[in-house]
Structure formats: structure tokens, C-alpha cells
Design a protein around this ligand. Structure first.
Ligand SMILES: NC(=O)c1ccc[n+]([C@@H]2O[C@H](COP(=O)([O-])OP(=O)(O)OC[C@H]3O[C@@H](n4cnc5c(N)ncnc54)[C@H](O)[C@@H]3O)[C@@H](O)[C@H]2O)c1
Ligand SMILES: O=P(O)(O)OC[C@H](O)CO
Length: 316
């Protein structure tokens, strides 16, 4: 354990890849702590090689669709063998169904990869409201280094030894946030929302266990915590997708005006591939998928869920 008051004895050179909402908020957190921070974006003027020079920690806050290309670009640059990679993306690769940390670890097998995830709506972080998050890695020394970079009196960071669980907690909840937006958009009430989020958490645990996560991780900040934040906040882009679908807008109309990325749309499609390959029962995700594909209306999706076979609570 480290006393926060004595923390900035060793400032790091931190590179943030992606200057979107989350990249900018993470850059601010590290800067406030006295670290040297450089931001790379595909619209920027500096080359990746120049930005990465002398970096200690490289944080990816790129949307899922860009992770593979950006990781290969980083690989083409000269790098110190000591660099720690941090991934803050909440998505799944549609081609391989891999998580972002699996992509980074495959590209950089000899480097430590740390997952950063938690209930972290970027606008609230930018406003310096208090929040907590998790850094997870098989290498807990590396996770602790990243914990020191971001921890402050406004941002409390915990370490965790289950990177795939922490990563999937943040990724799978985006699909549930779309469903929660629909629930609120249809004015279904507090009981319905509680049922949806609780059953959604069970669905997340079921998928997560098959993909190698520890079930208990989903009851922490990156699973339950992020569900509570994202399923209840109009600041969440995923929640907004669901809310606006319930009001009758098409997905194309919604995505055309959404500020930034709603990863749950792509994640839902990838989860349908995984559930078919692995025979996992994911009824809420399936209805969100059918809604996104315009196969059902929000009301029909609700009816399908309510009229499923009755069963014990702790059984599929
Ligand atoms: N905004 C939040 O509150 C928040 C919080 C935690 C995690 N996240 C996650 O962080 C990731 C980024 O979210 P965001 O809110 O910053 O999204 P954003 O849309 O604001 O920014 C996305 C960033 O990715 C870059 N990008 C996209 N495709 C790219 C490509 N092909 N090549 C290079 N760069 C590319 C964009 O240029 C931009 O810098 C998402 O996976 C999201 O789920 C977001
Ligand atoms: O705006 P969203 O829906 O991508 O949510 C942002 C973060 O994941 C909340 O933790």
C-alpha cells in the first residue's frame, strides 16, 4: 500500500493514444499528478515515433475500431523494452472477438499490459468530481505503477489481478446500458430497471466465466460499479442509444448525432457471434441485438424478455 501524500517522487513520461473524450480526461488526470503527458491522435501533426520517444507508459484510449491499426503502428516504432501498455478501450474486436488487452498483449508479448476500467463517465472526471477505477494486470507491479500515475484525491484507483474480468466488466455493461436506456425511454419504472440491471449482471457473469474471467470481478467497480453509472446516466452514449431508440429514432439517426463512440452497438454484435459459437444463453443481449438490427420494436423486445420460460433464479 502506498500513502497518496508521498506519491509523486518519480514522474513518468506518459503517452495517451486517442484524443477523444476519454483520452483527454486521462491526460488531465496524469498531468495534474505532475507527469509529463503527450497526446497522440490520428489528426495530429506529430508522428507516432516522435510522440513515443522516451515513453514509460503508453495508454490507449482509442475506440475499438482503431485499436488493431494503432497497435501495429506502435509496433513499427522504436520502443523501450520497459514500456507498460495500458488499455482503456471498452470493446471487442469484430474479426477475432479478442479484447483490446489481448490485441496489445499479442502485439507486445514481452511487455506488461494493464487494463484500466471502472465507472468513469469522462465529463464528470473532467469536472473533477470524485470517482474510482481499477487497473488490472497479470503483472501487479506494472498495475501498481499505473495506479500511482492516475491516483489522486479526486480519482481513487484500485489494483486487481484479473485483467480479462475487469476488461469484460467495462465492455459487457455497454450492452446493458443500451437496454437500460430503452427501459427508461419506455418509462417502465424503477422495478423494471432493477430487474434488468440485476439479470444483466448475471448475463455478464455467464459470458465472462466462459471467456476466462473470475465471477467475483463482476461484483466490483468495473462490473456492477460501471453498470450502475452507465445504466443510470444520460451522459452515457450507450444509454442514449437505447433511450433514443425507445423514442422511435433509427440507429443511423442516433449515431449521426451522438457525441463520440457507443461501443455497445459493436459489442452486442460480437457477443451474438460468441454466444452462437459457445452456446451461451444471453437473452437481454439478444433482444438488444434484434432491436439494433430493427428486427423488433422496443415493446416487442420487452415482451420477448417477460414471456421467456419461467425458471429458478440461479439457473439459465
Ligand atoms: N468517454 C468516456 O466516458 C469513457 C470512459 C471510459 C472508457 N471509455 C472508452 O474509451 C474508448 C474511447 O472512448 P471516447 O469516449 O474517448 O470516444 P471518442 O469517440 O470521443 O474518441 C475516440 C478516439 O479514438 C480515435 N480513433 C477512432 N478510430 C480510430 C482509428 N481507426 N485510428 C486511430 N484512432 C482512432 C478517435 O480519433 C478518437 O481520438 C471507448 O472504447 C470507450 O468505451 C470511454
Ligand atoms: O458514454 P459511454 O456509454 O461510453 O460510457 C462511458 C464509460 O464507459 C462509463 O464508465
Amino acid at each position: 500500500m502506498t500513502n497518496l501524500k508521498s506519491k509523486i517522487e518519480n514522474p513518468k513520461s506518459v503517452v495517451i493514444l486517442g484524443a477523444g473524450a476519454w483520452g483527454a480526461a486521462l491526460a488531465k488526470l496524469a498531468q495534474i499528478n505532475g507527469h509529463e503527458v503527450r497526446l497522440w491522435s490520428r489528426q495530429g501533426f506529430e508522428t507516432m515515433a516522435v510522440v513515443l520517444k522516451d515513453a514509460d507508459i503508453v495508454v490507449s484510449a482509442i475506440s475499438m475500431k482503431g485499436v488493431r491499426d494503432v497497435a501495429s503502428l506502435v509496433k513499427s516504432c522504436p520502443l523501450s523494452p520497459e514500456i507498460i501498455f495500458v488499455t482503456a478501450t471498452k470493446g471487442l474486436d469484430p474479426q477475432t472477438t479478442c479484447t483490446p488487452s489481448q490485441i496489445w498483449q499479442t502485439e507486445f508479448p514481452h511487455h506488461s499490459v494493464v487494463v484500466l476500467s471502472g465507472p468513469n463517465l469522462s465529463q464528470e472526471i473532467e469536472e473533477e468530481l470524485p470517482a474510482a477505477s481499477v487497473v488490472a494486470s497479470k503483472n501487479l507491479v506494472a498495475a501498481h505503477q499505473v495506479q500511482l500515475v492516475f491516483s489522486s484525491s479526486r480519482f481513487r484507483v484500485y489494483t486487481n489481478p484479473d485483467p480479462i474480468g475487469v476488461e469484460l466488466g467495462g465492455t459487457l455493461k455497454n450492452v446493458m446500458a443500451i437496454a437500460a436506456g430503452v427501459c427508461d425511454g419506455l418509462h417502465l419504472g424503477t422495478n423494471a430497471k432493477a430487474a434488468l440491471v440485476t439479470r444483466g449482471l448475471m448475463e455478464m457473469v455467464r459470458i465472462g466465466q466462459i471467456l476466462g474471467a473470475k465471477p467475483e470481478t463482476f461484483y466490483g467497480l468495473s462490473g456492477l460499479g460501471d453498470l450502475l453509472a452507465t445504466c443510470n446516466s444520460p451522459l452515457s452514449r450507450n444509454y442514449q442509444v437505447g433511450y433514443q431508440l425507445a423514442s422511435g429514432k433509427t440507429l443511423t439517426e442516433i449515431l449521426n448525432t451522438l457525441p463520440g463512440t457507443a461501443e455497445g452497438v459493436n459489442t452486442c454484435r460480437v457477443l451474438m457471434q460468441i454466444s452462437q459459437q459457445q452456446h451461451i444463453t444471453i437473452p437481454i443481449t439478444e433482444q438488444v441485438y434484434r432491436l439494433l438490427e430493427s428486427e423488433v420494436t422496443p415493446q416487442q423486445a420487452l415482451d420477448e424478455l417477460m414471456l421467456r420460460d419461467i425458471k429458478p433464479e440461479y439457473n439459465q
